[in-house]
Design a protein. Structure first.
Length: 584
């Protein structure tokens, strides 16, 4: 068994977090399985709105614990945001009492229909497990959403406890005070459990690359500010080349070592665990069990076939096809860690180099675009939707419009209501809508947050569309054009799904495509990023990984994508406008 500090002295709660694509889910699953194999009763929980625990464990999951086949004493569950929101609405409506009439209850239900309710309800499910709802289990292992979404989740106990203290009115987007106040004690207990090093271990999962390490260091600092210093570091996918004559393998190994050598001191001071890169796909209990044991599963490839050419176009053709429209919105979506930011930045730079004005922005709270495009490019503007800045801008706008004619007491009450953590979600949506509208006269390229966070933003877009068409259209003088309608217009918006040639990222992109189609949004094409196929690799471990890669490329091009594009593995991360230009 591989030495791993989270297993050597496990606390009741193990919290896995990190940048998308660092395989948090794989490591969380492997840890939960290893603990169960040692005789512990374990509950594995995903807090990711785009959870893929079902596929990895081979069992259908819901918001109730289900036994995992092949692993005695292990149960797993997903915190489903929509189910949690409906349960929350039911509990709040029950609090109203018999004196409330149908009209009053309908008004409250309408209040509880937005993204804010979904967030607080899912958070309540999560914090309940910390506050005592997981009785009967020795350990609860949390597999979280990518960093930006998780930091938001972890900040909620403190934010809501502060908002509720001395507040006897509630929040306009979450219904009456009783629906929130009944949660205050749970919030407090949840925060205490998270901060207690004897009860919770926070495992910061990273890859040995500069981007992941930079985000992990930022996450560690923000967690410390929340009082959550009980952290250990797990470096996943550590690769050491076995053939000196393989230039690609040597470049990957050297790049990893350089990234670790330059790790910030605060992060380097944490207990570090290194998990080797494996040559098998991390799907199914046998593979997950083998991740930490080191014993290959029966499905491992032993005789890899030689390289095969992959005849898919590259990013240059994709950018040419987008540029032909003259203007428009390009939304780059996918699972965390698949390289969305690099693809979005390359498309933006490619469009600018073809003579177009381009606005590159991001809805990701982690906001990496400024690191990838780190030098000026004529015609290209780079920024991000900053939740803190947008929240203050939204508050200032509300106070100068709706609050202009209020008394001082009424203004104070309005400011108190705007102090709700829900305000951030509303403000970010308004900023998103503003950026989407810009694409009427220029190119806008949006690097979106990882899948789960993006789906919540799209839910807010759909809710706004329904509200606008219901409330305004009957008396509107002209045609209403909502952000959702712009996203549904293929002449206006081109959605690019980015994936890696691996089972889980492809499955998650396929699920995202299904959700988009349900909302009337048809993806323009798929980009398969970081392909080793036809690269000439000869390292035995990397060659064995090619078998899974080729199967997933065939799956994308034959059954999923209307258009597919391929970006080969880059020996060095494409950072800076010149390297990005070469991709297109």
């Amino acid at each position: 068994m591989l030495a791993f500090s989270a297993l050597d002295a496990p606390t009741p709660f193990l919290f896995f977090t990190g940048k998308g694509g660092v395989e948090k889910t794989s490591l969380a699953c492997a840890t939960a399985i290893a603990l169960a194999d040692r005789g512990r009763r374990v509950l594995l929980v995903s807090t990711d709105p785009a959870s893929n625990l079902d596929e990895m464990l081979g069992v259908a999951l819901s918001d109730n614990p289900a036994a995992v086949p092949g692993v005695p004493r292990l149960s797993a569950m997903n915190i489903d945001p929509e189910d949690a929101a409906e349960n929350y609405r039911t509990r709040v409506l029950e609090q109203l009492g018999p004196e409330s009439d149908a009209k009053n209850k309908a008004q409250v239900r309408e209040q509880l229909s937005g993204a804010c309710t979904t967030e607080i309800a899912a958070f309540d499910e999560f914090v309940g497990l910390l506050a005592g709802d997981a009785a009967g289990f020795d350990h609860v292992v949390f597999d979280t959403a990518p960093t930006g979404h998780t930091l938001r989740l972890l900040s909620l106990p403190k934010a809501w406890s502060g908002f509720l203290e001395g507040n006897d009115r509630g929040a306009s987007c979450l219904g009456p005070h009783s629906g929130l106040k009944m949660k205050e004690e749970r919030f407090r207990k949840g925060m205490e459990a998270l901060a207690d090093s004897t009860r919770t271990t926070i495992v910061l999962v990273t890859r040995a690359d500069r981007s992941a390490i930079r985000e992990t260091a930022r996450t560690s600092g923000e967690l410390n500010q929340l009082g959550l210093a009980n952290q250990v570091l797990a470096v996943n996918g550590r690769f050491r080349a076995s053939r000196l004559d393989d230039a690609i393998a040597a470049a990957i190994a050297d790049d990893q070592q350089d990234a670790l050598d330059q790790m910030p001191e605060a992060l380097a001071a944490l207990t570090r665990n290194e998990i080797p890169l494996r040559d098998f796909d991390m799907v199914g209990v046998p593979a997950l069990r083998a991740l930490l044991s080191g014993n290959p599963p029966d499905t491992a490839v032993t005789n890899p076939s030689p390289d095969l050419a992959i005849d898919l176009p590259g990013l240059a053709q994709l950018v040419d096809e987008i540029a032909a429209a003259g203007t428009g919105l390009v939304m780059v979506m996918g699972k965390g860690g698949v390289g969305k930011t690099t693809i979005a930045a390359a498309i933006a730079v490619g469009l600018a180099r073809r003579g177009h004005a381009v606005h590159l922005s991001t809805t990701d709270p982690a906001a990496h675009v400024s690191f990838v495009v780190n030098d000026p490019t004529p015609g290209l503007t780079v920024d991000s939707i900053n939740p803190t800045v947008e929240t203050q801008r939204y508050i200032d706008k509300i106070m100068t419009t709706r609050g202009a004619k209020l008394t001082e007491q009424e203004r104070a009450l309005m400011l108190e209501d705007l102090a709700s953590p829900c305000t951030e979600e509303v403000a970010v949506f308004h900023a998103f809508s503003r950026v989407v509208a810009e694409a009427r006269s220029t190119f806008v390229v949006l690097d979106t947050a990882p899948t789960g966070h993006t789906l919540l933003l799209l839910d807010a877009t759909g809710a706004y569309h329904r509200q606008m068409t219901h409330d305004l259209e009957p008396r509107a003088g002209g045609r209403i054009v909502t952000p959702l309608m712009r996203l549904q217009d293929p002449a206006y918006t081109r959605v690019i799904l980015v994936t890696l040639p691996e089972t889980t990222p492809v499955s998650e992109a396929a699920a995202l495509q299904t959700d988009l189609r349900r909302a009337g949004i048809e993806p323009f094409g798929w980009v398969i990023n970081k392909s080793l196929s036809a690269s000439g690799v000869r390292d035995p471990l990397l060659m064995r990984r090619l078998e899974t890669e080729r199967a997933q490329i065939a799956r994308v091009r034959e059954t999923l994508a209307r258009r597919a594009y391929l970006l080969p593995w880059q020996a060095h991360a494409p950072v800076g406008a010149e390297m990005l230009r070469k991709l297109t």
